[in-house]
Design a protein around this ligand. Structure first.
Ligand code: ADP
Ligand code: MG
Length: 736
């Protein structure tokens, strides 16, 4: 084995599991059902945890009521039926001379699994039965299988790795350990694409040692350095891909250099701005409020991007209410000042229309040069383009976009259709990015150039109100620059959040709604989330509105908004809510994103536990936009611990970033990363929470390798990266 060429990961990915000893067609199929097809798959199936067989829990220390993980050997087992006809398997286990009973109801197959000699971990609660301690239906991990199985128990060391096993596929953790061990041996020495000096600088062990250390540690001290190396590799590959993608985009970029003067950001309302000063300057000097410090800072970051020839590729994160809209608007004005156009994409029609109205109001009186009109200037033109704008109206907008008669177009995904062409698209702002997938973002970028007569890449600003922890942003949006609005406009009165469980508390919530309405303000009521379909959800919203209008909120003007309504209806309802004709709006989550009615001062969320934390935070952000103190009531009990923690976090904090961290803790990163994964998923071991420092190191190394061209010369590393992207992307990233 020693003279064998070190293997690349690609070579391991090419060895099918069927080539290993003891893996025939049946097991091949079972492993395939778990997504395990190659030796590489097995080696990256990491242990869930380890059992240190040298440190046992003493059975005699266990008390009734304890929850414990007991590692013990089966000495006897028997099965029978109870008087009620249930199957019962009784197992005796022994450890250090002490014995204990374990009972399994309705799991007849345990008799075959737990035969004498089998060593396993039993995890469960200790109870008492007829004077002796017993565990009933514990979770079982077989560590050392029965004799006669393929793996030699005597060869297993003091520390045993436990693998994700699959009862359904019939593969035990013990067998899996055998397959992995065999894979390690078959693999032999592994090629290490990380140069030794780099490994040394970052205290990383070499790759072969890392795979052995994580799967077959001699003692537990072997695991941490092994894990460190493997996590580093996961992060490094991902960051290399992101850095490379970015570099390629820049190499092929044909960006626009928009005019920008930092000093224009320092004007405040009421100050003078001559007719020949920049649009941004004139806009800010006539605006109804001054920028917050954070808005000022972010706009200067954006301005620097806009005025460079590289197209901007920036993510703007700002909590609900932090004032992203004015940032978007100023960005678009920078583009218009240079004689180009801007596009503003919203996730829904309701929002697109709200934006058009708001933008027009904010821009009223602002004039731009236009040699095609008499006098040489005209007001900034903002147009709506959604699926609903049809026929002649649509044709008019399209043709004005083509000639430059429209400065800002606001729309939904419909802006991406092929017949939308610009004279000179200079900047694109995407609002509430989580509704737009990564794919759509890419599509937009690609189309940008083709859609514009000018054939340059527009600058891109992606805005999100769903705060993402820094680490997650590095992973999910690592190819974007990042700006953060971390300051709310002054004068906010805050939102008091209460969790109303008892009937008395719920009554209090409805009373608050009546009081606020009596004081001339408005309220939202969010209906329970219904998973089955939008139609069912709409039906239940209709019923809830009727119920409230005839009971708790009788006498008030109660309106309704749900996803099944026609857009025109929705608009009408929103308009009535704005004017106060409707005092209470009963709605489904359609209002989650961005709806802005400053007079709304109370929101009641029914069955709050059904919503995710980020969603609840978004919903709550619909109030607290005016100068009255606002209230948010979360209704309903929490059916489980996780839900309770979610609601409690919300009561405690209204800081979106703090909540995002809580969310990451509660849900893990899987959900966050899910949308990202293209090709083979590569973050198996890494934890964004635990491994932040390592992520930073890997990112630095990646940036260095890509910037210095060292990557291009590291053939092995490039070969490895190719394993993790699909063909199309590989072509983009690695063509020479
Ligand atoms: P976001 O889209 O980030 O949730 P908006 O842009 O809708 O927030 O702004 C929320 C509210 O705060 C709006 O009513 C807006 O007019 C107001 N606002 C924004 N920036 C400022 C500011 N600098 N000073 C005062 N009010 C502001
Ligand atoms: Mg907004």
């Amino acid at each position: 084995m020693s003279d064998q060429e070190p293997r690349r990961l690609r070579a391991l990915a090419a060895i099918a599991v069927g080539q290993l000893r003891h893996i025939g067609p049946k097991r091949t199929a079972a492993l395939a059902s778990m997504g395990l097809e190659s030796v590489f798959d097995l080696l990256t199936l990491y242990p869930r945890r380890y059992i240190d067989r040298t440190r046992r829990v003493d059975l005699s220390d266990l008390r009734v009521g304890d929850e414990a993980a007991v590692f013990a050997e089966v000495t006897a087992s028997s099965s029978r039926r109870t008087r009620q006809g249930k199957s019962l398997v009784d197992v005796s286990i022994v450890d250090g001379g002490e014995t204990m009973k374990v009972a399994f109801f309705n799991q007849p197959w345990r008799a075959a699994q737990l035969t004498p000699g089998v060593q396993a971990v039993f995890f469960g609660k200790v109870s008492e039965f007829r004077g002796t301690r017993q565990m009933t239906n514990p979770v079982v991990d077989v560590i050392v299988g029965a004799t006669g199985e393929d793996r030699d128990a005597s060869r297993v060391g003091g520390v045993v790795a436990l693998y994700p096993a699959s009862g359904k596929a019939g593969v035990t953790s013990w067998e899996m350990g055998g397959f992995v061990e065999e894979s390690l041996k078959r693999a032999g020495p592994l090629l290490d694409p990380l140069p030794a000096p780099l490994r040394h600088d970052h205290s990383l062990i070499d790759r072969t040692a890392a795979y052995w250390g994580i799967h077959l540690p001699r003692d537990l001290a072997d695991v941490a350095p092994a894990r460190r190396r493997l996590v580093f590799d996961e992060f490094l590959r991902l960051q290399l891909l992101l850095a490379l993608r970015r570099r390629r985009l820049e190499e092929t970029a044909a960006g626009v250099r928009h005019p920008f003067d930092e000093h224009d950001l320092d004007v405040s309302p009421g100050s003078l701005a001559g007719a020949d000063s920049s649009l941004v300057r004139r806009f800010l000097s006539a605006h109804r409020f001054a920028l917050t410090g954070a808005q000022r800072r972010v706009l200067s970051e954006i301005g620097r991007d806009m005025s460079s020839t590289l197209p901007m590729h920036r993510l703007l994160q700002g909590d609900v209410g932090s004032g992203k809209t004015v940032v978007a608007l100023a960005t678009l004005l920078m583009a218009i000042d240079g004689g180009r156009q801007g596009a503003f994409m919203a996730p829904t029609e309701v929002l697109a229309e709200q934006h058009v109205a708001a933008l027009r109001a904010d821009l009223a009186g602002l004039r731009v040069r236009d040699d095609a009109v008499l006098g040489g200037d005209r007001e900034v033109v903002v147009q709506l383009l959604t699926g609903r704008v049809k026929g002649r109206e649509r044709q008019a907008v399209l043709s004005a976009l083509g000639t430059g008669g429209v400065d800002i177009v606001v729309g939904t995904h419909a802006l991406l259709t092929d017949d939308v062409r610009f004279r000179a698209l200079g900047a694109v702002v995407i609002d509430e990015q989580h509704r737009f997938g990564v794919q759509q973002r890419a599509l937009l970028r690609d189309k940008g150039r083709e859609h514009s007569l000018e054939a340059l890449d527009p600058d891109l600003l992606v805005m999100t109100a769903t705060p993402i922890p820094r680490t997650a942003a590095m992973v999910v949006f690592g190819d974007l620059d990042r700006s953060v609005l971390d300051e709310l406009p002054a004068g906010r009165r805050g939102i008091v959040t209460s969790w109303a469980c008892t009937p008395l508390e719920v009554q209090g919530a409805w009373r608050k709604v009546r009081d606020e309405v009596a004081a001339g303000r408005r309220a939202y009521v969010i209906c329970p989330l219904v998973e089955e379909s939008e139609r069912v959800e709409a039906t239940s919203a209709v019923a809830e509105r009727t119920r409230l209008a005839t009971h708790e909120l009788r006498g008030l003007s109660v309106g309704l908004l749900h996803g099944q309504m026609k857009s025109a209806q929705k608009d009408e309802v929103m308009a009535q809510f704005r004017t106060g004709e409707i005092q209470v709006l009963v709605a489904t989550v359609v209002i989650e994103v961005g709806v802005d009615v400053a007079q709304a001062s109370v929101i009641v969320i029914e069955d709050a536990w059904r919503f995710g934390l980020a969603q609840l935070h978004q919903l709550r952000g619909r109030v607290g936009r005016g100068d009255a103190p606002s209230h948010c009531y979360l209704l309903g009990e929490a059916p489980n611990d996780e839900a309770r923690q979610r609601l409690e976090a919300l009561v405690e904090s209204d800081d979106g970033f703090a909540l995002a961290e809580v969310d990451l803790d509660l849900r893990g990163e899987g959900t966050l990363l899910g949308a990202r994964q293209r090709g083979r998923s590569d973050l198996r071991l890494a934890s964004l929470r635990r491994d932040e420092a390592l992520l930073n190191e890997a990112r630095e190394v990646a940036l260095e390798l890509v910037a210095g061209d060292a990557l291009a010369h590291n053939v092995e590393m490039v070969d490895e990266l190719r394993l993790f992207v699909d063909d199309e992307e590989a072509q983009f990233l690695f063509r020479s």
